[in-house]
Design a binder for this molecule. Sequence first.
Ligand SMILES: O=P(O)(O)OC[C@H]1O[C@H](O)[C@H](O)[C@@H](O)[C@@H]1O
Length: 295
Amino acid sequence: MATPIALTRYQGLEALELLAPDGARAILLLHGAHLVSWTPAGGEEQLYLSPQSAFATGQAIRGGVPVCFPQFAARGPLKKHGFARTKPWQLVSAEVGDDDALAVLRLTDDAASRMVWPHGFEAELSVRVAGQTLELELACENTGESAFEFTTALHSYLRVGAMGDASLSGLAGLHYLDSVSGQTQRQRSDLLLPGSPGLEDLDRIYYQVASPLLLTEQGEGEPRRLEIRQQGFADAVVWNPGAAKCAELADMPAGGYEHMLCVEAAAIEHPISLAPGESWVGLQSLTLLAPAISG
Ligand SMILES: O=P(O)(O)OC[C@H]1O[C@H](O)[C@H](O)[C@@H](O)[C@@H]1O
């Protein structure tokens, strides 16, 4: 039996609170199809959301999971990260099922989007929470009469208690573009330690990511382990602005960089190409492996 989820408000914007029967919870805004919160069943908040973020029509939100579409960063003529993150998306469905909560939002081309990107498209973001897992699925169909290409990312801001306690593994052997130096390099060690010497300002696009990544955080008790999987997205972006760049971001507190690490499922190196009628799907899933939830 599915129970519909009613629209509510979050920071003045239309929102859906996804609450699964097991207590897993997420908050999804119609603005940008922006996920601003995810709490696994029995667990704690897993996403970073800046306390200085704007929450206003037409403005980007700092934190959560921005949807970058149809352009990643400044890799094209559109505004940074494309227009999807600042547009109102339509509610397609939102319901609590027997063992999950699921919402689907849609964005289609309109006169304003065709002015800057002259293509017919239908994009859908599906968000599902159940137990210790969050699933984000981005789909895009070419509904127009000519082919187009796009780059994209699910720009997830993962919350960390203290960056010095966090590491990311699963990247060994991969080639990456260091967006700070402009150099392409190969990742030698498996462990990436954000904030360690030389990595204060971390902005990398890892190519051909096939296996799951693991965010580990040493705390006072059992280490936190968050598994990050992706399908359909070939690349993963790892970003932390560090102290100096963070200070330049008006919508981040000065020390905000110490509490976040972006691990983004992305399609950048090889843009997705869709002929009329074709579609593409990409998935990012996050699973809290530890600490174990009792009860
Ligand atoms: O400040 P924004 O437009 O949200 O972009 C935030 C960041 O997004 C990505 O992670 C890019 O790799 C970074 O270069 C960029 O700074």
